[in-house]
Write a protein of this length. Structure first.
Length: 332
């Protein structure tokens, strides 16, 4: 009897081992077979209480270099500081959250060689330097009001609003609109969903749909706008790198870029040029509290681009550093 019981126990043990080793590893699970390891899980979610305004500053630095086939070089550095405010006017509808956004003010500086220009929209005695083409384009979104929609999964949905739609329609009106196709393209891009979303959306698709731990690395789509072009990556790697009682930090990195335009407008060219290729690296960090207040974001881009205008090959190097920071929130 004891012998039979011994063989029964061994058969059960072997069957259990075979079953355990035959199970496939599920996506998102830790590959360590030591089941004694248990990682704390965190629910990372933003919260936008009704009629609570959030006032942010966006500090954006761009260093630009363009080199032509004959080694002619064009360089500039641009610094822009936007102040913007948004609030949620009501409860989500079908899971979609609406934010009402206003671009309140702009501080702008531009330097190319020995030439420089500075403008601050909060200083009444300053005249906007609309004769500078870069300022003419960079200031398009100043003073604009619109609505930003988030999906139930906290990814950016779209931009809408009667004033914004009216402005877009005016730009493209065949009689009263902008006649110059280059300038029209630039204004349309500035007021596009891609550019406005990039400017005021701090979440940038980093919010997970379920609870996560600090060991899980997710692949997500990530989209950004830079110098009149929109880019998309389907393989940004995101991880919760900090999780404590005061803040959560999500960090994303990416090095694969898909352009969403086949042609664009670049400095020094009075025609559309063909986009050919891009490489580089990018990263984005999002800070929010466990209670859901979105405090800050930081973007770094280092891009090498190539364009073509007939027989001319144009190389561009763009370094971009953007910081979003919550200044205050208040009831309205």
């Amino acid at each position: 009897m004891k012998l039979k019981f011994f063989f029964f126990i061994n058969i059960v043990a072997l069957a259990s081992m075979n079953f355990a080793f035959s199970q496939p590893n599920m996506k998102g699970q830790d590959e360590d077979t030591d089941t004694s390891k248990q990682y704390a899980k965190y629910i990372v979610r933003p919260k936008y209480p009704i009629n609570l305004a959030f006032h942010y500053i966006l500090i954006d630095n761009t260093k630009y270099e363009q080199v032509l086939s004959d080694s002619t070089k064009r360089e500039f550095e641009r610094n822009m500081t936007y102040y913007f405010t948004f609030y949620s006017p009501g409860s989500p509808v079908d899971g979609f959250t609406k934010l009402r956004v206003s671009i309140d003010s702009l501080e702008y500086s531009f330097k190319s060689g020995n030439d420089s220009v500075y403008y601050n929209s909060q200083l009444d005695d300053q005249v906007p330097p609309f004769n500078i083409p870069d300022f003419d384009i960079s200031s398009v979104i100043l003073g604009k009001d619109f609505e930003l929609l988030y999906s139930p999964y906290w990814d950016f949905g779209k931009v809408q609003g009667d004033n914004l739609i009216a402005k877009r329609n005016y730009i493209n009106d065949p009689i009263e609109g902008i006649p110059d196709p280059i300038r029209k393209y630039q204004w349309n891009f500035q007021l596009s969903d891609d550019n406005l979303g990039f400017t005021v959306d701090l979440l940038k698709n980093l919010i997970p749909t379920h609870s996560i731990d600090t060991h899980l690395v997710r692949n997500i789509p990530f989209k950004f706008a830079v110098e009149g072009l929109s880019f998309y990556t389907d393989s940004a790697k995101v991880q919760l790198v900090t999780a404590n009682s005061s803040k959560y930090v999500l960090s994303a990195s990416f090095d694969h870029f898909i352009p969403l335009q086949k042609e664009s407008v670049i400095p020094g060219f009075l025609t559309f040029v063909d986009f050919e290729k891009v490489d580089g690296t990018g990263s984005y960090t999002l800070n929010l509290t466990p209670q859901g207040r979105v405090d800050a974001g930081e973007l770094n881009l280092d891009l090498n681009l190539q364009f073509k205008d007939r027989n001319e090959i144009i190389h561009e190097k763009i370094q971009k550093h953007s910081i979003w920071q919550l200044i205050k929130n208040y009831r309205i």
